[in-house]
Structures are given as structure tokens and as C-alpha cells.
Design a protein around this ligand. Structure first.
Ligand SMILES: C[S@@+](CC[C@H](N)C(=O)[O-])C[C@H]1O[C@@H](n2cnc3c(N)ncnc32)[C@H](O)[C@@H]1O
Length: 253
């Protein structure tokens, strides 16, 4: 029941994202949102539709979620260093650049995506349109990276905040993506500091997502996490949620 509801919502969203795209891309997206080639095609076709660059936002933009994100960037986490933020599966969204721009505390924001097309578009965009951060020590970068391999790029306990807007949803709803979603969640918990959090923005019903998070974020003697949810709001008849996952010290047996 829940599964078919989320499939229907996914199809609606993809249809909206693919307005004027060829229908074969819509089919590819519905089944293969875990594949690099699908997203390379998506961002290439999106780009060819307009002469000037425009950020593409899955669900909604920074304004809808800034009050959930900015309070988590606190000075007490580790006072002398830059706070580390990762936008995982950033696409061509303005979320990461907006965190960089609006954080009063110094941050290093890494926007990472598996699609080199999306990464290149964002690199060219920020080069052409300089963004001035609130804190002059803040840094912004775009990297091509497969988030199932986060541990190869970042040390354990190195990130303060990971934001995920639609990326885990894309993996969970793909034919072969569930294993990757499990892997990504475990990697996030590994690279997050004990004071850090993972925020997943999603339209998935809490009954389904909380069960998945609570199951996959625990591994006896290895990993544990606290999981919470709050509503972001309703947009075009769909309710959106923010799932917060926070690593918890593992109890040794
Ligand atoms: C639904 S889109 C969301 C994009 C962006 N976060 C937004 O809000 O518009 C999912 C994104 O995840 C990226 N992605 C899919 N699998 C990935 C992986 N294994 N590692 C990194 N990015 C991935 C895709 O390229 C795509 O840009």
C-alpha cells in the first residue's frame, strides 16, 4: 500500500521534472534513478532546453528548509575549524551554494554528485556568477563522487552536516537501488562527527522511511543512531518530510 503510494508520487514528480523531455527519459528515470548515465542524460537534456543556466530543484529550494539547516551549524561543534557540510547528490540545486552564502559561521560546503555533467554545470555557474558568503572564511566546492564510496574520500567523524534532497529517494525507488541506499546511509554515519547530523528531505511516508532508517542505521556493536522526523510542509498536494539521523555512541557488549 505504502509502496504503491510512493511509486505513484514518484511517477508524478518525474513526469513534472520531465515536462517536455522525451518519454524514454521519463521511463529511464522511473526505473534507473540510481544510475549515473540516467542523470547525465537528464542534466544534458535540461541544459539544452534553455540558453541560460537555471538551477534545477527537486521538491523545493533552500528557502523551504533553511530553518531546519542553519540552526544545526553551531560554533560549539569544534570552535576553531571550518564546519564541514556535504550536499550529497547535489545535482544542479542551489541548496549547497545557499548554505555557503547564508551560514554566519565559517563552513566548507562540498556539493557532490555522481553526474560529471551536473558537477561541471555548477562549477561553470559559480565561476560565472560569484557568490559572496556571509562569512569570508567559508569555502564552496563541487566534486564528482559516488556517495556509496564516501569513506574513500572523507575520514571517519569528519563531517558536521550531510544534506540529502531527493538522493536517497532516487536510490530507494530504483529497480536496483535499495542496496546502494543502505550503503549510502551507513557511509554517512561513518563520516559524520558524533555531534553531526544527516538530513534527508523526502516525500516518503514516515511509516516506511522511519522503519527503514531504524533498521539500517543500527548494527550491533558497530553502529547506532537516533532518528527523527518533522514535516517540511505541503506543496502541490504532496507532504514533504525532513528525516534527521544522528550517530549515537555504540554500546559495547
Ligand atoms: C532526485 S535528484 C536530486 C538532486 C538535487 N539534490 C536536488 O535537490 O535537485 C538525485 C541526485 O542524486 C545523484 N546521485 C544518484 N546516485 C548517486 C550516487 N551514488 N552518488 C552521488 N550522487 C548520486 C543524481 O545524479 C542526482 O543529481
Amino acid at each position: 500500500m505504502l509502496f504503491s503510494k510512493s511509486l505513484t508520487m514518484t511517477s508524478r514528480r518525474i513526469a513534472a521534472a520531465c515536462v517536455r523531455h522525451h518519454s524514454s527519459l521519463t521511463t529511464e528515470l522511473i526505473e534507473n534513478m540510481d544510475k549515473k548515465a540516467t542523470w547525465d542524460r537528464f542534466y544534458t537534456e535540461n541544459k539544452s532546453r534553455t540558453s541560460t543556466f537555471k538551477n534545477f530543484e527537486w521538491f523545493f529550494g533552500f528557502d523551504s528548509v533553511q530553518d531546519l539547516i542553519l540552526p544545526l551549524l553551531r560554533a560549539d561543534s569544534h570552535p576553531d575549524a571550518l564546519l564541514r557540510v556535504l550536499d550529497m547528490g547535489c545535482g544542479t540545486s542551489a541548496l549547497g551554494p545557499c548554505i555557503y552564502r547564508h551560514s554566519p559561521l565559517p563552513v566548507r560546503v562540498t556539493c557532490a554528485d555522481i553526474s560529471p555533467v551536473a558537477v561541471r554545470l555548477m562549477q561553470e555557474h559559480v565561476r560565472a556568477k560569484a557568490i559572496h558568503p556571509d562569512n569570508c572564511s567559508s569555502q564552496l566546492e563541487f566534486v564528482e563522487l559516488d556517495c556509496t564510496q564516501l569513506h574513500k574520500h572523507y575520514g571517519s567523524c569528519s563531517m558536521d552536516l550531510i544534506v540529502d534532497k531527493g538522493t536517497t529517494d532516487a536510490l530507494l525507488r530504483s529497480k536496483e537501488g535499495r542496496g546502494k541506499a543502505n550503503q549510502v546511509l551507513k557511509q554517512c554515519l561513518k563520516v559524520l562527527r558524533s555531534s553531526g547530523s544527516l538530513l534527508q528531505f523526502s516525500d516518503e511516508d514516515p511509516d516506511a522511511r522511519l522503519l527503514w532508517l531504524e533498521t539500517e542505521a543500527q548494527e550491533q556493536g558497530v553502529m547506532a543512531a537516533d532518528v527523527g522526523v518533522q514535516e517540511v510542509g505541503e506543496l502541490r498536494g504532496v507532504c514533504y518530510y525532513c528525516y534527521q539521523v544522528t550517530p549515537r555512541p555504540v554500546e559495547q557488549q
